[in-house]
Design a protein around this ligand. Structure first.
Ligand SMILES: *Cc1c(COP(=O)(O)O)cnc(C)c1O
Length: 411
């Protein structure tokens, strides 16, 4: 039906009654143009578009994928109405968005993000992993930030539509995955600190490489004892956009000192583990796996939740509770979870001397010296490896999905 190099599966578009696909011959020039009509229309990329790629250059690109944003073909945009409901979502060309200077998101950070992945199966079909969990989490976050949110159905339809429209950007199964980034933000104007009068739900996607290309790369963490990621009563438990700029300082310093990332402690006692910058943390001891309980300051990761269920099904005892920094010294293994890293083994964790302003800081066995470090490398990451395999095999459709977690998109 369409003659451009994009393989555009028209059948999928017809899945959604709110969209229809038709050609607009009057727009057709060198390549065919397609309009997806709802409230606004979009057109098929033409050869003159700056980001247009040949299949050949795409093939080369798969081998150099990292974790940087790539300009793909389409984004999905849906605006709220006065009553707080969202309607008339549509695909647009990937490109800049216009914002009024007084937009609530720019001035007061009224915005949240989501993050999930689409995987390509070996047979070419595309899989989403528990996307309804992301939809739900967006609703919880929106409520905390005084924003209306799309319904679960709208969220799922929007994700599916965006992935299928950018289908050529989903890497082959062994090369990576398509990162899906839904945003919800107040675009309406405000001057005083009040919720915006209008909100935008936007999804963009970008291909990302396999994190473990070339084997395991266990990370080295440093425990941060001055900067905190979240406070009780704050917004650490949701994906508020403001949560991330605040930790860049700790992360940048850690990286400058040769660490991969930072492990945060609770802000009240400065003693209990919270999480890594964008991943949850687990500690393994014998047949028990513990992870900090969700008490409002830790992001409820969908990977975290999935790993807890997988570990239990494999006979591990899983404890969600306070996990003190001292426990790191008795542990056999530690690992992090998140949709970007899946399951990431921890090679070492370093604790620096507690600093002046935290008198009641943790008390660990090497507190006398200026730093101490625990290495897990010896353990060979047996449990991390086992859980990683179980999770990724399900996510990539390599094993039967007994949990009912995956959704296959028809292409
Ligand atoms: C997104 C995120 C996670 C991981 O959540 P997943 O749903 O597993 O991807 C963990 N911590 C923080 C702070 C996050 O933003």
């Amino acid at each position: 039906m369409f003659s451009v190099q994009l393989r555009f599966p028209d059948a999928t578009i017809f899945q959604f009654p709110s969209f229809t696909v038709h050609r607009q011959p009057q727009l057709a020039s060198k390549s065919s143009l397609v309009s997806l009509s709802s409230s606004s229309s979009w057109r098929r990329a033409t050869a003159s578009d700056a980001h247009n790629e040949t299949s050949e250059s795409l093939e080369r690109r798969w081998d150099s994928l990292g974790f940087n944003p790539v300009k793909t073909d389409y984004v999905y945009v849906m605006k709220s109405s006065e009553d707080g409901s969202f309607s008339n979502g549509s695909l647009r060309h990937y490109g800049n968005i216009a914002l009024i200077p007084s937009a609530a998101v720019l001035n007061y950070g009224q915005g949240i993000i989501e993050g999930l992945k689409a995987y390509r199966k070996q047979n070419g079909s595309i899989i989403l992993f528990r996307p309804e969990e992301n939809a739900l989490r967006m609703q919880v976050g929106a409520e905390r930030m005084c924003m209306p949110a799309p319904t679960i159905e709208q969220f799922l339809e929007a994700v599916t539509t965006t992935v299928l429209a950018n289908e050529r950007w989903v890497p082959p199964s062994d090369k990576g995955s398509l990162h899906i980034r839904p945003l919800l933000f107040g675009n309406g104007p405000v001057l005083s600190v009040t919720p915006a009068p209008e909100f935008t739900f936007l999804i963009y996607v970008t291909p990302v490489g396999n994190y473990f290309e070339g084997g395991w790369k266990p990370i080295n963490l440093v425990v941060e004892n001055v900067i905190h990621r979240a406070t009780p009563g704050g917004v650490g438990g949701i994906k508020a956009i403001g949560n991330y700029a605040g930790i860049m300082k700790a992360q940048t310093e850690a990286k400058a000192n040769g660490f991969s990332d930072v492990l945060y402690l609770d802000s009240v006692h400065n003693r209990y583990l919270e999480e890594v910058s964008t991943a949850n943390v687990f500690v393994v001891k014998d047949n028990t796996i513990c992870t900090p309980a969700l008490r409002g300051t830790i992001l409820p990761g969908i990977t975290r939740k999935s790993i807890i269920e997988i570990a239990q099904s494999q006979g591990f005892k899983v404890e969600e509770r306070l996990v003190s920094v001292e426990e790191l010294f008795d542990a056999d293994e530690a690992f992090c979870t998140g949709n970007a890293v899946c399951v990431m083994p921890v090679d070492s964790i370093t604790l620096m001397e507690r600093r002046e302003n935290h008198k009641e800081s943790y008390d660990f066995r090497a507190a006398q010296s200026s730093y101490c470090r625990v290495d897990y490398g010896e353990s060979r990451f047996v449990v991390s490896q086992q859980l990683y395999s179980a999770l990724t095999n399900t996510q990539m459709g390599l094993t039967e999905d007994k949990m009912g977690w995956t959704r296959v998109l028809l292409i």
